[in-house]
Design a protein around this ligand. Structure first.
Ligand SMILES: [Zn+2]
Length: 265
């Protein structure tokens, strides 16, 4: 990803500094701490180069109206610390470095609206989490089927701007399997984001196919229900990896599985 980031920086005439880190090695099964702490974890890199930058902007996960401490509980994605970043991150400021959360005044789709016509974003936007997990995306910037890709693509779709991002997303695949893709995304625990998407889709006259709800109710929601109840059982996880079910479903084995199997040895 660093080579892409360097190309982006070059296109904007900005400098680019990369940091290698062993930070992920500190999280052990069931890896919940990461989701609680990732904003402050990522602040470790600006700390290492604080004399160069002075200010660290961390993009808000949620709009301010969705920030609710009582929601800082288990979601289908694990525990989510994004609800408290707005309050926690400024506490990491030092004499040399100011750390804060930016963008809480906008919803996710409003943010997408703000840069949908920005040429650098159309060439370099990278939102996918699969590569970090170990999936080889080759030359592609985004897998176009994970929840982060679907969330972003759906926002652009609701804005009528998805075609602007053909260089970084599989737009034809998204449109061809629209009901299935939306159903998959709706089934994630993305309450505020889905609501935001529906608001914009309605405003812009973008139709949501009924098949999206069928995919959600009949396939993806039952699947997530099973995953949510079984994921923290070591026994089930062992069977899951032993019979290569992860590879059958996702097409690859991610770094969480590698780490788990290593810890089990
Ligand atoms: Zn993806």
């Amino acid at each position: 990803m660093f080579s892409r980031t360097k190309s982006l920086a070059k296109s904007l005439s900005l400098d680019c500094v990369g940091c290698w880190s062993n930070i992920y090695t500190f999280y052990k099964f069931p890896y919940m701490a990461y989701n609680y702490l990732f904003a402050s974890t990522y602040a470790a890199s600006p700390y290492a180069i604080q004399k160069l930058i002075g200010v660290y902007h961390h993009n808000s996960g949620y709009a301010i109206e969705d920030i609710d401490a009582s929601k800082n509980t288990y979601t289908q994605s694990g525990y989510d610390g994004s609800f408290m970043d707005l309050f926690a991150l400024p506490r990491f400021s030092s004499e040399n470095l100011t750390t804060y959360v930016t963008g809480s005044d906008k919803s996710r789709v409003e943010k997408e609206e703000a840069f949908a016509d920005f040429e650098a974003a159309q060439k370099f936007l990278s939102v996918c989490g699969e590569e970090y997990g170990g999936k080889d995306l080759g030359e592609k910037f985004n897998c176009s089927v994970c929840k982060k890709c679907l969330r972003t693509m759906s926002g652009f779709y609701a804005l009528g701007k998805l075609d602007n991002f053909r260089e970084v997303f599989d737009v034809d695949g998204y449109k061809k399997y629209l009901g299935r893709r939306l159903g998959k995304w709706f089934a994630y625990d993305h309450g505020g984001f889905v609501r935001d998407f529906k608001t914009y889709a309605k405003r812009n006259g973008v139709k949501i196919p009924f098949s999206a709800y069928l995919w959600k109710w009949c396939v993806y929601s039952p699947y997530h229900f099973l995953v949510r109840h079984l994921r923290n059982s070591k026994f089930v996880r062992k069977l899951y990896y032993k019979f290569n079910i992860d590879i059958l479903i996702h097409g690859y084995r991610n770094s969480v599985a590698d780490k788990f199997l290593k810890e089990e040895k």
